[in-house]
Design a protein around this ligand. Structure first.
Ligand SMILES: [Ca+2]
Ligand SMILES: [Ca+2]
Length: 147
């Protein structure tokens, strides 16, 4: 088929267009944007605020040099961290010892303040080429939110 024919066939079938055709290789899948309880900025409270990222592929992905940022441009740059195929990692806001293993992992922003606004925010995931791979946007309301 010609490209035009393919495009037309896709339109007739109601298939997704190029802009949203593929699931990102890594995507946000959940965000606990409001730490449970009073936001008193203890490290435990900061770490109860997190975003979850899932490797949607069947191969491990190395995130070294990728970034997560919010609307206010707070930026987290990933250290060497491998996400196993089909597994998830949590990026906590506070300080802690990062690790990944065969089941997933936990990483830590190291922030002394909350990153994810309770009243609404957007998380952006970018790769080493600064290409936006996925975003997750929420407004105040039910939490954690599924992205
Ligand atoms: Ca809270
Ligand atoms: Ca924010």
């Amino acid at each position: 088929m010609t490209a035009l024919a393919v495009t037309t066939a896709a339109a007739v079938l109601g298939l997704a267009g190029p802009a949203d055709a593929a699931t990102p290789v890594v995507s946000f899948t959940r965000a606990q944007f409001d730490s449970p309880g009073t936001d008193n900025r203890t490290n435990a409270s900061l770490n109860a605020e997190w975003v979850r990222l899932t490797n949607n592929t069947t191969k491990a992905i190395q995130l070294k040099g990728w970034t997560v940022r919010d609307v206010s441009n707070h930026v987290y740059t990933f250290p060497a961290a491998t996400v196993p195929a089909k597994r998830s990692i949590y990026l906590h806001t506070g300080k802690g010892k990062a690790y990944t293993d065969s089941t997933g992992g936990h990483l830590f922003w190291g922030s002394g303040n909350y990153i994810w606004n309770n009243t609404g925010d957007t998380a952006y995931l970018r790769n080493t080429a600064a290409k936006t791979i996925d975003t997750c946007t929420w407004k105040s309301g039910t939490k954690p939110v599924n992205c």
